[in-house]
Ligand binder design. Sequence first.
Ligand code: HEM
Length: 401
Amino acid sequence: MTQESAASGLNLLAAPELTRHPQPTYKILRDSSPVMRVDGIGVLVSTWELVDEVLHKPQLFSSALTSGVLKNERPLIPLQVDPPAHGKFRKILDPLFAPKRMTALEASIATLVNQLIDGFVDRDEIDFAKEFSVPFPTQVFLTMLGLPLDETPSLLAMKDGIIRPHEITGKPLGHPDTDAYQTATAQSIYGYFTSTMQERKRLRRDDLLSWFLEAEIDGDRLSDENILDICFLFLIAGLDTVSASLDCFFSYLAQHPDVRRGIADDESNIPFLVEELLRYETPVMAVAREATQDTELGGCPIHAGEQVLALLGAANNDEKNTDEPEVVRLDRRVNRHLGFGGGVHRCLGSHLARVELRTALRLWHHRLPDYSIKPGVELDFTPGVRAVSTFPMLLHHESAH
Ligand code: HEM
């Protein structure tokens, strides 16, 4: 295990070249320091075997992180709850996000995709992030919660106020102004969902919130606080991750016309491409855990209380798990990846995310098969969850189907 300075460690994880194209750095980490302690961050773990071990030992590597970086008042449910309590919440939530229910949403998701594309299909240049990757998952989320689509801007403002308050205040994370903005946003999220929940208590509808109010497991109901802690997480987990995945996918496809043609010409390749890009690009780069006791990983001592960052992207590109991991293949039929995490906290929304990503790729390439990143633009991906705030894209109509 090597010791790095805090500054170089933080720079390493946030450098634009790394977040734009992280695979070479992942390889260096796996080959030279599969377990690396970085001051100010914690212990980075980068091989498939060790990342998988961290994810599958929740008793040693806890998700109940003490730091309130998101200014939530209580642990987010189920993300920051350890077994056995975690299992009770998943038992309630899993059926809501089961594959069959998510497939049933495909028609309404397709309508949203088409409406968004209608807005710019005749133009030559768009901002993919502002006009597609950001509004699309937000509108899916509003539809699931049974909320009006004109609440899109306020929902996005709440999400951004929690995830990237520094971009709004123009001051760094940890600055009192940024902290105050984030705290106020967290309060507005609790307030928003509290009043929506009150409305649903008066009048049930066919939506998730109404279902939470009725849900029962082993004779227990979800408390109002439980429901708020679930909604808070959904807002963070369900919006940014799908936007980030679309940014990563379309950035890759814009630069690889052969792969793009492979799905435009044969839609049956799309589900395989989605898995392959979740593996290769790994939009959620890492997940955090806290060691519950002194232990070891790959022979390296880990101290109780230390933060462990399991680098999902590094594991997904480990040649010990995937043949030729650096090649994105449409014919990779067996694709074991950790793009949705692994173990008990594996993504609750994976089936929904798959329906969203597959539907977006299918309809987009049917209507707009040819596009590129605007020349001269370098996309800047945020670290952690690899999203861009602006994505200037040229649409090429002459070769449209
Ligand atoms: C492509 C899009 C998505 C990606 C890449 C993704 C990725 C992940 C990852 C890596 C985790 C594991 C976190 C950990 O172990 O600490 C996770 C958990 C979670 N995700 Fe997703 N996610 C996506 C979409 C969604 C959507 C659409 C929802 C909708 C509600 C969602 C809800 C959740 C929840 C609730 C958890 C916590 C599960 C638990 O702790 O048991 N995700 N996701």
